[in-house]
Design a protein around this ligand. Structure first.
Ligand SMILES: Nc1ncnc2c1ncn2[C@@H]1O[C@H](COP(=O)(O)OP(=O)(O)OP(=O)(O)O)[C@@H](O)[C@H]1O
Length: 349
């Protein structure tokens, strides 16, 4: 039995249809990342799947029953939603917020028993938020508040978790930890997790499935690797100054065509030297180039070529070496050099 099934779904607003999805399934134990540029409909889709926003057409089925046929209390137990809204409840303590996640389970008594309290404590531990227990929500940083809200969703012990950009305020290590935790919870607890995210590289590394809204009214879905190889990520995100590289799995600026430099250095040091040269507009080769960069056993950098040789010490001085040519200048249009925004900015000061 599939956990979530979408059939001929059209989402959006009366004024505008955003996305049409003929068929899409989420099975138990699956961690899916929902990607797309701003305004493509990620939040609208999550809200539609949660039953908080009506579909324009079609159906969302949870455990093979249309969403609208589930009683509200049943939905509250089965689906946990973390949206981007910031709940403002003055004086509410983190522990009490997370405990709210237990309410769909406590029934008429509405009192937490020992097991409920353990679930609350476990949920806070999972988000590394144990130290926040007695803090009030209005005293938390954005990242701490996100942890508390995720803990409330975990405490709900749902079958489906829908999370909208919940890692936006977390620092990089916390984001990686949080996404890994969500994936682990999906697998170990056998629930479905859908996370909307702008963190493409992390999504590619962690998701079991990608749901991509490329902006053409469709939803491309599949294993991350299949989605990359289909070229859909490039279609969704590429623009003039940055493009997704299927080779590296990262966004990269188009390669500059500046002076050719040969880097004769292996390993990590060579890779970082190449990065610096590319960042500064040089073309890098391992086999040819009028300038050759080497590194001696003591870690010092050297550049040879154009009749000069130099012991440069650190990598930064490589660029300042007298025999290094300047990097390629910006391409000019057929109509000749145009005054750039930066030129006008400098002139106005
Ligand atoms: N209540 C509404 N009525 C009409 N249009 C809306 C409404 N809410 C959102 N929209 C529009 O629907 C589109 C999709 O919005 P949505 O918030 O789902 O996008 P998103 O992919 O989550 O964007 P972001 O990455 O910026 O959060 C946007 O153009 C938005 O302006």
């Amino acid at each position: 039995m599939s956990l979530l099934r979408i059939e001929n779904l059209a989402i959006g607003y009366r004024s505008r249809e955003l996305v049409r999805i003929p068929a899409l399934e989420l099975s138990r134990g699956t961690f899916a990342c929902l990607l797309g540029r701003n305004g493509q409909g990620k939040s609208t889709l999550l809200r539609t799947l949660a039953g908080l926003h009506p579909p324009l057409e079609g159906e969302v089925r949870l455990l093979e029953r249309p969403l609208r046929e589930h009683r509200p209390r049943e939905l509250a137990r089965r689906i946990a939603v973390v949206l981007t809204e910031r709940p403002e409840i003055p004086g509410l303590r983190v522990h009490d917020l997370v405990a709210m996640g237990r309410h769909p389970h406590t029934g008429w008594r509405d009192v937490l028993d020992a097991e409920d309290r353990e679930v609350v404590a476990d949920s806070l531990r999972l988000v590394e938020g144990g130290h926040l227990t007695v803090r009030t929500l209005d005293s938390l940083s954005d990242g701490e508040r996100q942890r508390a809200l995720i803990a409330r969703a975990l405490a709900q012990q749902p079958e489906l978790m829908l999370l909208d950009e919940i890692t936006a305020f977390l620092d990089l290590p916390s984001r990686i930890t949080m996404v890994a935790m969500l994936r682990r919870v999906a697998r170990e607890c056998g629930i479905g997790v859908v996370l909307s995210s702008h963190d493409l590289e992390l999504s590619l590394q962690t998701a079991d499935r990608l749901w991509l809204l490329p902006g053409d009214g469709q939803c491309v879905h599949g294993a991350p690797e299949d989605v990359v190889l289909s070229g859909a990520l490039g279609r969704a995100f590429d623009q003039d100054n940055v493009a997704f590289s299927p080779a590296s799995g990262r966004f990269e600026s188009p390669a500059a065509e500046g002076p050719l430099v040969r880097v004769a250095v292996d390993g990590i040091a060579g890779a970082w030297c190449e990065r610096m040269l590319r960042r500064c507009g040089f073309t890098v080769s391992s086999t040819s180039g009028a300038i050759a960069v080497t590194r001696s056993g003591d870690g010092r950098w050297h550049a040879a070529g154009l009749g000069a040789a130099g012991d440069l010490g650190g990598l930064e001085r490589l660029l300042a070496a007298p025999h290094m040519p300047g990097p390629a200048s910006a391409p000019q249009t057929a109509a000749g050099p145009r005054r750039s925004w930066a030129d006008r900015y400098r002139k106005s000061r």
